[in-house]
Design a binder for this molecule. Structure first.
Ligand code: WTA
Length: 642
């Protein structure tokens, strides 16, 4: 049986083998494909109990390894001179960098020694708040090299989001840059970091990369320049020997309470699955140029820019900029320039590029492309067809990859050119993954065509092990809705052949342009406005962003309304943008004297979601509400605001 499959028959055989004996399946793959200092005592040890005290999953317990030896050192003999990373800068006129595996090794070691010289030790949490330059990849790998835990925070987040994340993980070092190029703008990363650190007393050192030559103040004794420290550091740094279950990184994702969840991933299982899923899904072949357009601030960048491709000895493109700069043809220009073979992006990007003048596409030579992929949200048929026709020229398989920050790697997807892709379907689980659908009463739906809530029945190597500092919340969020199963928070349909189509979140998370936003977090900020009594935030369908944010707001006035809605609307939008970042800003705000509530006082979001989506009919039974009369007002308000 082959683990990296190349035909449908091999897929079937691997899937069956993974069901028959999951431990053997993963043991054989792990044994064959990686460098270990010591093999495990136990392949898998787990209880997926809803009780936090019992819940725990361990893969390859007792094994010793360092993931960077698997991503770098072991490749040096055979592919030392091969390009590991192609760096394409924000400015198309800046010369791209081709960083070989040998150069990557040196740069990661220097970065690792720089971290040590600045006080970093095994187990420390280090926050990376950086632009998409090669130094971010070096920093990620350098942390892994010395056994420090990286927590990458997307460089579009606000000071408050950054400080929350730094404090939650108690980071002692932050790596940032003076500024980050994004299209025609510069994000003032150091200023934002300084603001964030006013409320963090755990941070001792800030390492600042000079990227934009911006004038910034340096705090004496705390701040050092990357370039100075890097120049001093030796390029030899032995890898720290880690336990398979030691923490590799924390990555924050939105939760349905206001507080983001620090998902914890560990060294061994994550490495095994990132490599396995990368090779199977994209069918990467020797010499291919692979480009994932995500940011390393998201899980997609962790698994499919850095760890998956590098562990497979691939050439991975890192792009600093945005799809719209200098014009909306930038992605296609980069594909042509670097002769990209495998291209992986988000539906929201496809939708916005599909609305542009077609000459921006047709003037570029896209003939190098052989595989396309999408991730982050359901892809609608129109966008899928445009991608297939205009980018793939009807000649490239499209892998629609369903997965999550929590799952660490792709779970359900077609395998490029191996298993069939079906528009708008993620299709089949990878061998080793056991999805199922549950009904609302917690009963597993029988095989065949069904619709329900998507769960995973059996552990897989890259599943998040806990929420940093809050194992109880991990148990409550993922294992208690359907006892003994991992609940994804997504709804899905399955056809008679077992293909899955993800229908979207069934919880209080809204995906806007591929970013997960927790509605509670946004409500908390809106409620901080001095004149707001309460608010309810929901998502509504948006042509380009997939979803957008709709806020219902009740004021502290007698009638709950405001005389100056334009001004208050502006204030609320600014407050949210400033506190959480511009992506969280509500697109529409509707003032209403009351919010529809159940008798127990819970806001009826189901109704608000429908109204926001302009579905005014069939609002369902409202007679059990505490205040059914307000529904009419909400509907009227929505109609009149347009
Ligand atoms: C959604 C991103 C439909 C889903 C890797 C999931 C998708 C959430 C797809 C996780 C897809 C991701 N089709 N929906 N191919 N991929 N999603 O943690 O709702 O940023 O639960 O991880 O994105 O988002 P996250």
């Amino acid at each position: 049986m082959k683990h990296i499959v190349n035909t449908q028959a091999e897929y079937n055989a691997a899937y069956q083998a993974s069901l028959d004996d999951p431990e053997k399946f993963w043991r054989d793959f792990a044994e064959k494909e990686f460098t270990w200092h010591k093999k495990w005592d136990n392949v898998l040890n787990y209880t997926m109990s809803p009780e936090a005290g019992k819940l725990g999953v361990k893969w390859f317990e007792g094994a010793k390894l360092n993931i960077t030896e698997n991503c770098i050192d072991r490749h040096l003999e055979k592919r030392g001179e091969q390009t590991a990373i192609i760096f394409e800068a924000n400015n198309p006129n800046e010369k791209p960098l081709h960083i070989t595996y040998r150069e990557l090794a040196k740069n990661v070691n220097k970065t690792a020694n720089m971290l040590k010289a600045n006080g970093a030790k095994k187990g420390d949490r280090i926050c990376l708040y950086m632009p998409m330059t090669p130094e971010l990849a070096y920093a990620v790998l350098a942390c892994a090299r010395i056994g420090a835990v990286h927590s990458v925070v997307f460089a579009g987040f606000s000071a408050k989001s950054l400080s929350d994340r730094i404090m939650d993980a108690k980071c002692n070092i932050v790596i940032t840059a003076d500024g980050g190029y994004r299209g025609s703008k510069i994000t003032p990363l150091k200023d934002i970091t300084d603001e964030a650190l006013q409320s963090c007393d755990c941070v001792q050192k800030v390492i600042v990369l000079n990227r934009t030559n911006s004038k910034i103040p340096m705090v004496y004794g705390r701040d050092v320049w990357w370039q100075d420290e890097f120049a001093k550091a030796s390029d030899v740094c032995p890898a720290e020997v880690m336990d398979a279950e030691d923490m590799l990184f924390i990555l924050y994702t939105s939760g349905s309470t206001g507080k983001p969840k620090g998902m914890v991933h560990t060294c061994g299982g994550y490495m095994v699955y990132a490599n396995y899923s990368f090779r199977n899904v994209f069918q990467y072949q020797e010499g291919d140029i692979y480009w994932c357009t995500a940011d390393i601030g998201w899980i997609t960048g962790h698994s499919y820019i850095v760890y998956g491709p590098l562990s497979a000895g691939a050439t991975t493109v890192m792009f600093e900029g945005v799809p719209s700069y200098p014009d909306m043809g930038r992605f296609w220009e980069v594909v042509q320039k670097h002769k990209v073979n495998i291209f992986y992006t988000a539906p929201t990007a496809i939708r916005s590029l599909a609305t542009c003048d077609m000459s921006l596409v047709t003037k570029h030579d896209l003939s190098s492309l052989k595989t396309l992929g999408t991730v982050g949200e359901p892809i609608n048929l129109e966008a899928w067809e445009w991608y297939d026709e205009h980018i793939g020229k009807k000649n490239c398989p499209i892998v629609d990859t369903w997965w999550q920050t929590e799952t660490g790697g792709i779970m359900i997807s077609s395998l490029a050119g191996v298993t069939k892709d079906i528009p708008t379907y993620a299709t089949l689980p990878l061998p080793g993954i056991q999805p199922c659908l549950m009904d609302e009463n917690g009963v597993e739906l029988p095989d065949g065509a069904q619709e329900g809530r998507l769960c995973i029945k059996h552990p897989w190597p890259s599943m998040a092990r806990t929420i940093y500092g809050d194992h109880q919340r991990y148990a409550d969020t993922y294992f208690s809705t359907f006892s003994g199963k991992y609940f994804t928070g997504d709804g899905a349909k399955r056809d008679a052949e077992g293909n899955y189509r993800i229908t979207g979140r069934v919880d209080d998370i809204v995906i806007v342009s591929g970013h997960n936003l927790g509605t509670a977090e946004i409500e908390n900020v809106i409620n901080e406005h001095p004149n707001v009594a309460e608010s309810a935030v929901v998502g509504y369908p948006h042509d380009v962003k997939g979803n957008s944010i709709y806020a219902y707001v009740t004021m502290k006035t007698q009638d709950g309304l405001t005389q100056d809605s334009e001004q208050v609307e502006k204030e609320i939008k600014n407050l949210v943008a400033k506190t959480l970042g511009p992506i969280c800003k509500p697109e529409k705000i509707q003032f209403t004297s009351e919010l529809p509530k159940t008798r127990s006082g819970k806001i009826m979001r189901r109704i608000l979601r429908k109204v926001a989506a302009d579905e005014f009919e069939n609002l369902g039974d409202i007679s059990t509400l505490l205040n059914p009369e307000c529904v009419e007002e909400v509907v009227r308000g929505a109609c009149s605001r347009g």
